[in-house]
Design a protein around this ligand. Structure first.
Ligand SMILES: [Fe+2]
Length: 251
């Protein structure tokens, strides 16, 4: 007897995020940038990461002179109460501090001058402006300065720079020169529109993406992770099956 329902589209199996282990790229430190405004929100975001299967996170507040004028020492101070609250609430969750640096001439100078750089496992997260491509030579200078100090640059949300859309070769060249490319989960879930989603998916499929991060600024980005997990997207599933994220993060 026909029981009905067999032609109904079945929900895809949730993607297994366990190969990711640690989330790399988020804004959990309360009140220092455009991320979590307070401790309560930050803890709710950590709860969300745990329910998605993460065993830890490297949180990366902005250091962007003139916009988010943070320093390594200031961020370490602001991070301490968050760390102790998370340790109390979730003793097994590994929370680390790094930063997301805006690449400009000052950043290059501070790396060259040997100043303290917030990194995790020698990985330094950097970003550039969304509206115009960085001036010629600036990226090369910044990456060279970092590599000279034995850091590995991680370029944040490579799919969100419109001037590199349909220029996968530019990103491929960076990857070939030792830069780890990071893509935001929310982009893959379509939260920034179809063009960004396509750029992120193309980079994943080209095999040049090292890290997928939440870039969580608030609970909305945890929901985006959840919708990505439930999307069953095949490019994401394929990437997860060979993901080196845990290895890159030393987890
Ligand atoms: Fe970010």
């Amino acid at each position: 007897m026909w029981r009905g329902g067999i032609f109904r589209r079945s929900r895809p199996e949730p993607l297994d995020f366990s190969p990711l282990v640690l989330d790399f790229h988020s804004h959990l430190v309360p009140g220092v940038d455009d991320g979590a405004p307070d401790l309560e929100t930050a803890l709710a975001m950590v709860d969300g990461l745990i329910s998605l299967g993460y065993r830890g996170a490297v949180t990366t507040p902005h250091i962007y002179p003139g916009v988010y004028p943070n320093s390594a020492a200031g961020l370490q101070l602001a991070f301490a109460p968050l760390l102790s609250a998370v340790n109390k609430r979730h003793p097994g969750f590994a929370l680390h501090l790094a930063a997301e640096y805006q690449i400009d001439d000052d950043f290059v100078r501070s790396v060259e001058a040997g100043e303290e750089i917030l990194a995790h496992n020698k990985l330094v997260l950097v970003e550039v402006g969304f509206h115009a491509a960085p001036p010629d030579g600036l990226l090369e200078e910044a990456f060279f300065a970092l590599q000279k100090r034995d850091f590995t640059p991680v370029l944040a949300h490579v799919e969100r720079y419109p001037y590199w859309h349909r220029q996968l070769n530019v990103l491929g060249d960076l990857e070939a020169r030792g830069v780890i490319l990071q893509v935001n989960a929310a982009s893959l879930a379509g939260a920034y529109g179809p063009e960004v989603q396509a750029a992120g998916t193309a980079a994943l499929s080209a095999g040049i993406v090292g890290l997928v991060g939440s870039d969580a600024h608030g609970p909305r980005h945890i929901s985006a992770l959840e919708s990505l997990q439930n999307s069953g997207a095949s490019a994401v599933a394929d990437w997860l099956s060979t993901a080196q994220q845990a290895h890159l993060l030393g987890a």
